[in-house]
Design a protein around this ligand. Structure first.
Ligand code: GLN
Length: 447
């Protein structure tokens, strides 16, 4: 028997009330009211009455948008992001905003001003990041759907660590209007859900052209039509560079097992080589930090959120930024400013852009011979809260398999493919630009 939007929303709010994950930073006090309105209207949209959780860097009218930072304390956006307009028009009910690494900088959701989020599979472990709140609430049954953002793995990493499905769409497929920029040449909004079908349903709602994002493209993809249970004749490439040093043996075993399952279903696979992947991580971090240093210049205490008291404007800006940003954000602003500064710009930033082109060419070449690439999403399962936070370089290294995809702009999904010691493992399926259909078909058939 179908439930009303109000009943469904009330049930989720009850589960959220008992949460042990710290996945939400704001629970919407308007969710029930919104659900009642949908019931009263007899809304017939594709998501009528479906509750959804939103990462706290995506603007929703009336709900604080903190980006996990003190510097945005008290800031409530006066406009909706493009994806939120689409969700509301489709009848979705917004449950609240989810925890994240500060300004999406991290892979563990530990750099948030609101404290870490716990992984529902083991509350002592991280949920991954930076969209850790979005993945944790889906995994814990505190929301059936969520939106995250993925600049260098931030949808796929937490999806893998929390045992849910997460898609990073092709760059340009989903509008970034109303999403707080960290590194805008790399990031995309992406859906997280319990299964591939739900991902396709969400993509049909949020994707498409938006004139307010100059990088937006209408690929005309029909995501739900891609859900065909058949991989017969599909050619899979297995890039050996994604199975490098430091990979957990159970992760490798589960991913290779998944590839053999595809073979038994009629697909073929071959090993491919992408020689420039080994430079991708360094290139990613230089580009991401450079863009961040520029994007985060707008948080000066004048326009948004937190403002420190000081004797004049310059002192106010300086004090606001000193008190408002956390350690990781400051580290990245400093390194990014350095990489862009006169004298070092050519040496670091331009070099990183050249490497980015080489990485993109590796993807083009590999994907000219095969339909898809498959590899582990993360080289290891979820680690303990506090284990890596003092050592940023080790944390950056865990992004080795996710950030090359953002440099190339291609679509990539993480789907659960096994467990090690009770912790989920993610299989990463990467495709050609705007060929989400093949990525989704493969992921759907695997489920
Ligand atoms: N861990 C990566 C970083 O810190 C990715 C973050 C993201 O995708 N937002 O930059």
């Amino acid at each position: 028997k179908e439930s009303s939007a109000e009943e469904v929303t009330a049930r989720y709010l009850e589960v959220i009330g008992k949460s042990k994950t710290n996945g939400y930073v704001t629970v919407s006090d308007k969710a029930l009211e919104q659900a009642k309105k949908i019931d009263a209207e007899g809304h017939e949209g594709p998501l009528a009455g479906v509750p959804i959780a939103i990462k706290d860097n995506i603007s929703v009218v009336g709900l604080p948008n903190s980006c996990g930072s003190k510097i945005l304390e008290g800031y409530v956006p006066p406009f909706n992001a493009h994806v939120i307009e689409k969700l509301l028009a489709a009848g979705a009910v917004i449950l609240g905003k989810t925890n994240m690494d500060e300004f999406a900088m991290g892979s563990s959701t530990e750099t948030s001003y609101f404290g870490p989020t716990a992984n529902p599979w083991d509350l002592e472990r991280v949920p991954g990041g930076s969209s850790g709140g979005s993945a944790a609430v889906v995994a814990a049954g505190e929301a059936p759907f969520a939106l995250g953002s993925d600049t260098g793995g931030s949808v796929r990493c937490p999806a893998a660590f929390c045992g849910v499905v997460g898609l990073k769409p092709t760059y340009g497929a989903v509008s970034r209007y109303g999403v707080v920029a960290y590194a805008n040449s790399l990031e995309q909004v992406g859906p997280l859900a319990n299964n591939v079908e739900d991902i396709a349903v969400l993509m049909d709602v949020i994707a498409g052209y938006d004139r307010r994002d100059s990088t937006s493209i209408d690929s005309k993809t029909e995501y739900q039509k891609a859900l065909v249970n058949d991989v017969q004749g599909l050619k899979i490439g297995v890039p050996k560079e994604f199975f490098g040093e430091g990979i957990h043996p159970d992760v490798e075993k589960a991913v290779r097992g998944a590839i053999h399952k595809y073979e038994s279903l009629g697909a073929t696979w071959e090993e491919v080589s992408m020689p420039n992947i080994k430079y991708a991580l360094a290139s990613y971090y230089i580009i991401a930090m450079s863009e961040a240093s520029s994007n985060l210049a707008r948080f000066d205490g004048t326009r948004y959120g937190f403002r420190a008291n000081a004797e004049n404007w310059h002192a106010m800006v300086s004090k606001t930024r000193a008190e408002g940003f956390g350690t990781e954000v400051k580290r990245r602003i400093l390194l990014g400013t350095y990489a862009l500064s006169a004298g070092y710009h050519d040496k670091y930033y331009l070099k990183a852009l050249k490497v980015r082109t080489l990485v993109k060419q590796d993807f083009d070449k590999a994907l000219s011979k095969v339909d898809l690439l498959m590899a582990p999403t993360m080289p290891n399962p979820a680690f303990k809260i506090g284990e890596k936070i003092e050592d940023p370089l080790t944390l950056y290294l865990s992004d080795v398999n996710t950030c090359p995809i953002n440099l190339a702009g291609v679509p990539s999904i993480s789907v659960p493919c096994g467990f090690t010691d009770g912790l989920p493992i993610g299989l990463q399926i990467m495709g050609k630009p705007f060929d989400e259909s093949t990525v989704l078909r493969a992921a759907y058939t695997f489920e």
